[in-house]
Design a binder for this molecule. Structure first.
Ligand code: HEC
Length: 219
């Protein structure tokens, strides 16, 4: 199908509300509306016999998911702190790790060395004016609603080149350091599974819990 044809066809899909088609166009993939199979890809008429045969018991690839392998991936920490591991850290400890493993991208004071994001900064009176001031830069200090998310994110995603390499104590220290740099906790505060969920972020009340149940329910 020509590129032009693809786009025209995507437009028809979109009119039917299939947003997924737009994504496919962006990826340069062949476009098909949901539930619509292009004639060239439709199964031949005699395929029904093959489809009814029982699937093989094993496909011959993959490894069993042992408890240890599942545990290595089961890292999520939720807003109230469920999932935080044992361990502890202070801003002083975190500052050392930060200088070694984070400052090259995020700057010595968390100011962000372009194109890497800024992590430190509050807005005047924590006024959350992102909707009216396009120049305002979102940071951990002015935008994040829960300190526990900082633990979750740093543990799973940072440093960019070696995610998952930090120990629980290192992550607690880094979180303490970033919260202290943002003026949210004292520099000698100890962050652990008990103290971190109790930290109140400046943007805490700028968000509401999403308790929608689907359908026409919205807020
Ligand atoms: C090689 C560069 C690099 C290093 C080193 C690095 N980061 Fe990042 N960091 C990034 C990039 C890029 C992003 C944005 C990722 C994204 O948006 O998907 C990011 C995002 C973040 C964010 C989220 C910012 C936001 O508001 O969305 C935090 C927090 C963070 N990094 C902390 C750290 C910490 C702590 C370390 C050290 C352990 C670290 N980073 C090391 C590149 C880096």
């Amino acid at each position: 199908m020509s590129r032009h044809g693809r786009v025209r066809r995507a437009a028809r899909c979109v009119r039917r509300g299939a947003a997924v088609a737009l994504l496919l166009v962006a990826a340069g993939a062949a476009v098909a509306c949901q539930g619509e199979v292009p004639a060239s890809e439709a199964p031949p008429a005699d395929a029904s016999a093959a489809a009814s045969a029982a699937p093989p018991e094993r496909y011959g690839f993959g490894r069993p998911a042992s408890a240890a392998r599942v545990a290595a991936l089961d890292l999520d920490v939720n807003p109230v702190g469920t999932g935080l591991p044992p361990g502890r850290g202070t801003a002083a400890e975190g500052a050392v790790t930060y200088a070694q493993k984070c400052a090259a991208c995020h700057g010595a004071r968390g100011e962000g060395l372009a194109p890497y994001p800024r992590l430190v900064g509050r807005t005047p009176r924590d006024d959350f004016a992102f909707g009216t001031d396009a120049k305002l830069v979102k940071t951990v200090g002015n935008y994040w609603s829960h300190a526990t998310t900082l633990y979750d994110y740093v543990r799973r995603a940072m440093p960019l080149t070696a995610p998952g390499s930090l120990t629980p104590d290192e992550v607690y220290g880094l979180v303490a350091h970033l919260l202290a740099e943002n003026g949210i906790v004292a520099r000698d505060a100890v962050m652990d599974a008990r103290t971190l969920p109790a930290v109140r972020m400046p943007a805490r009340d700028r968000f509401v819990p999403d308790e929608r149940r689907g359908g026409r329910d919205f807020r």
